[in-house]
Design a protein around this ligand. Structure first.
Ligand code: SF4
Length: 298
């Protein structure tokens, strides 16, 4: 039998159903290739379906093993612990970014998509949230933590869940990017006391207007904007934007500055572990409060 094909709209439909406890599309994907390997689409959906069954099994109060690891340990570009959930499905404020969303590239890999979906499912249920809590409390001491590489706060409840969790681990330095501005402002208007160990970057591509953006910019957790600036293709082709040590980075940074309308700007160099001296990173650094960070469009 021909292996299952899973385009983006089918994947999002399957993910949305699993998040809410149904596996109709997942069942079909599995049936199209019942003996597929664990890393095939059908293998990944078999694991997710089993997790769905466990999450909705009322005879057991806990689930002790996720279908995919909850936290990623990081890589050479982003050497921090990180959490992701299903992009677009969980992005409460996505707008034009839904067209060019870089998370979709990860969906070519069934395991990468499965990891995002698994976390969306966990966040959507009490049992799953307890598992995330348990895993979060086990993270090593004093780490830098990127809250959402893919995905975003899908609701005020999810936002509050994460903020409360961060308060329980004040040793962890967390940061992230969000377009869930309605949810952020709604929680703030409740009189919520924000954790001291989370910094928020306002990224572009949101569905919301500048008025709401200005309100979010004034929240105590907000570091500042992260913006994309068009630059000549040659800076991108040469790879100069990939590291502050790369040949041509200085020229690239000049081009970003001169093409932007911001009087003061920090130019992102792409390698978060080598962004500033001494292992500091601008997006999660108090000293960069209110300093726009910019990257050349690539
Ligand atoms: S400015 Fe630094 S921390 Fe922020 S994305 Fe760029 S490299 Fe990473």
């Amino acid at each position: 039998m021909k292996p299952a094909t899973v385009n983006h709209s089918r994947l999002l439909k399957a993910a949305a159903q699993l998040k809410h406890g149904s596996s109709l599309v997942a069942d079909r994907i599995i049936a199209e290739n019942p003996n597929g390997s664990n890393s095939s689409w059908s293998g990944v959906f078999r694991k997710l379906r089993l997790q769905r069954d466990r999450l909705h099994d009322d005879s057991s109060p806990r689930i002790d093993k996720p279908a995919f690891s909850v936290f990623a340990k990081g890589n050479s570009k982003l050497p921090f612990y990180a959490f992701s959930s299903m992009a677009i499905l969980d992005c409460a404020g996505y707008g034009e970014c839904g067209v060019w969303c870089y998370s979709k590239q990860a969906w070519r890999n069934p395991n990468a998509a499965g990891r995002q979906i698994s976390n969306s499912m966990l966040l959507a249920s009490e049992k799953g949230r307890r598992l995330i809590e348990d895993e979060f409390m086990k993270l090593p001491k004093g780490i830098v933590f990127r809250l959402y590489v893919d995905g975003d706060f899908d609701s005020k409840a999810t936002l509050k869940f994460w903020m409360e969790l961060l308060k329980r681990r004040p040793d962890i330095q967390a940061y992230g990017y969000s377009k869930s501005w309605v949810e952020l402002v709604a929680l703030h208007l409740d009189g919520y006391e924000w954790p001291k160990n989370y910094l928020l970057n306002l990224s572009s591509g949101s569905r919301h207007d500048d008025g709401l953006k200005a309100v979010v910019a004034g929240l105590p957790i907000t570091r500042g904007e992260f913006i994309a600036v068009p630059v000549d293709r040659r800076h991108i082709k040469s790879g100069a934007y990939k590291s502050r040590h790369a040949e041509g980075f200085t020229d690239y940074a000049k081009a970003v500055r001169s093409n932007s309308d911001k009087p003061r700007l920090f130019v992102c160099s792409g390698q978060c572990g080598d962004c500033l001296p001494a292992g500091r990173h601008a997006c999660g650094d108090e000293k960069f409060r209110n300093v726009p960070i910019a990257i050349g469009v690539h």
